[in-house]
Design a protein around this ligand. Structure first.
Ligand code: FES
Length: 116
């Protein structure tokens, strides 16, 4: 274990709450701080990032858990429209192009998503 966080044994959410292609918000304690996370599932792959835009530090969702997904499957920040691809979380358009979301390592086990 390389994280000092104390919640490694808690599931973030069950896979039943995470349909394929969906963006879902959940919360976790990371290094002692409660953080909102955005979790994305693509088939068997699940990726997670801190729900904070690198542009101006705002949440990405326009209402809790409501994320904008463009037609070409980019996550669009509700504040000023930065667009993030959902492999690396890199901003590919908008005011913080080239910056990235803060990735959170997760694993899928026993039908749920866990902090890695
Ligand atoms: S805070 Fe996300 S685009 Fe400005």
């Amino acid at each position: 274990m390389m994280s000092a966080g104390s919640t490694g044994a808690e599931a973030l959410l069950s896979l039943e709450r995470l349909p394929d292609g969906a963006l879902v918000e959940t919360e976790a304690v990371l290094d002692g701080d409660a953080e909102s996370l955005v979790i994305y599932r693509q088939g068997d792959a699940v990726r997670a990032w801190v729900n904070v835009c690198p542009h101006a530090g705002r949440r990405l969702d326009w209402a809790p858990g409501q994320f904008l997904l463009s037609k070409d499957r980019l996550l669009v920040c509700a504040a000023h429209g930065a667009s993030f691809e959902l492999e690396q979380g890199e901003c590919v358009g908008g005011p913080c192009r080239g910056d990235s979301l803060r990735k959170v390592e997760v694993v899928v086990r026993d039908g749920a998503v866990w902090l890695a």
